[in-house]
Write a protein that binds this ligand. Structure first.
Ligand code: NAD
Ligand code: WQD
Length: 354
């Protein structure tokens, strides 16, 4: 039996892909998720995709803020490390409902960290975000850039990063890796798991995907007057399977014998910038579908160009993204065409065992 990992938010988009890679790498995984923005079906499919290793997966439908329920899980299993994905992530909603975000993301994290400390589990990988770079003065963004937040969601990421730095400062037994994700897109190449956001998607690719399957009439392009190659915003899109593999690399670093990790931060991106129009063109090519566009003004809070410097992760995690935007769009379309309603309407053809 491999090492035991607790994964919070493991039923979600990035979490489900990471749980699969963990199982395939021989880890034993317990998922804690309240299913606020996800479906248990994702984990059922992960278990099937993992084959025999699927038996090393358990699921606990609890809210991280339920201290007693969390304690029971730590009572029953001695975890070697925790990967903490659980959190709310919609920027616009966080502006309207800041207390919801501070309560869920901050209190949930504090209860998790307190429980880990009480049980002597002091190895953590945390999902941070490129949002902590704000509108960067230059690109590529390196991990030493000044940090800022422009909305409550981003502030929760910044605050949790600071909490992690503080707890490591107070107790050097903690080993913590903060991963700053750029823009995760795509799906597992099998087409059995992928992103299935509740309500109207906030992010570009889930919206494009819903236009392609006929759920929405057109994509609104937010701003075509930026100083970029075609006037639209430029981002660093990263295949979700590459991102998941970045977590395996991070966990392995936590378990490396000898030196302590301390509290380290790594960007997970590709180092390449792609505009909105380039991404839409790549998706149209991969899917054979035309995506009608409506040009609109800039979205408040958006920045012009963001992409990662990836050299620290390459050097210290021995990890580098393998996939380009063609593969991202191919796999996004494979998932979307097989599951036009996400996990919502189960369909025989989406069962990996058939
Ligand atoms: P997601 O919404 O698909 O997954 C998050 C999961 O956490 C969901 O399954 C949700 O039900 C669960 N959850 C939320 N609050 C919880 C709570 N209090 N208790 C238990 N479970 C709870 O989101 P994702 O895209 O997979 O993102 C995972 C993490 O990565 C989040 O922390 C997010 O902020 C961060 N992140 C995401 C992106 C992105 O673009 N997707 C970029 C950077 C960082
Ligand atoms: C990408 C580009 C939009 C939707 C957000 C969060 C960030 C992180 C990742 C969690 C931009 C344009 C989008 C649409 C569009 N999440 N766009 N029409 O804004 O880079 O980052 O997700 O941490 O915190 O802010 O990603 O996918 O929303 O936008 O034109 O309907 O697509 O303006 O240029 P973003 P995104």
């Amino acid at each position: 039996m491999g090492k035991r990992i607790l994964v919070t938010g493991g039923a979600g988009y990035i979490g489900s892909h990471t749980v699969l890679q963990l199982l395939l790498a021989d880890f034993s995984v317990a998922v804690v998720d309240n299913l606020d923005n996800s479906s248990e079906a994702a984990l059922e499919r992960v278990a099937k995709l993992a084959g025999d290793a699927g038996r090393n997966l358990s699921f606990h439908k609890i809210d991280l803020r339920d201290r007693d329920a969390l304690k029971k899980i730590f009572d029953s299993t001695k975890f070697d490390a925790v990967i903490h994905f659980a959190g709310l992530k919609a920027v616009g909603e966080s502006v309207e409902k800041p207390l919801l975000y501070y309560n869920n993301n901050i209190i949930g994290t504090i209860i998790l960290l307190e429980t880990m400390a009480n049980y002597g589990c002091k190895k953590l990988v945390f999902s941070s975000s490129a949002t902590v770079y704000g509108w960067p003065k230059e690109v590529p963004c390196t991990e030493v850039f000044p940090l800022c937040a422009t909305n409550p969601y981003g502030r929760t990421k910044l605050m949790i990063e600071e909490i992690c730095r503080d707890i490591h400062c107070g107790d050097s037994e903690w080993d913590i890796i903060l991963l700053r994700y750029f823009n995760p897109v795509g799906a597992h190449p099998s087409g059995f798991i992928g992103e299935d956001p509740r309500g109207i998607p906030n992010n570009l690719m889930p919206f494009v995907q819903q236009v392609a399957v006929g759920r929405r009439p057109a994509l609104t392009v937010y701003g075509n007057d930026y100083s970029t190659k075609d006037g639209t915003g430029v981002r660093d899109y990263i295949h979700v399977v590459d991102l998941a593999d970045g977590h395996i690399a991070a966990v392995e670093k936590l378990f490396q014998g000898g030196s302590k990790t301390g509290c380290q931060v790594y960007n997970l991106g590709t180092g390449k910038g792609t505009s909105v129009l380039e991404m839409v063109a790549a998706f149209e090519k991969a899917s054979g579908k035309k995506i009608p566009l409506v040009m609109a003004g800039r979205r408040p809070g958006d920045c012009e160009t963001v992409y990662a410097s990836t050299s620290k992760a390459e050097k210290e995690l021995n990890w580098k993204a393998k996939y380009g935007i063609e593969e991202m769009c191919r796999d996004q379309w494979n998932w979307a065409s097989k599951n036009p309603w996400g996990y919502g309407k189960p369909d025989e053809s989406t069962n990996p065992s058939t």
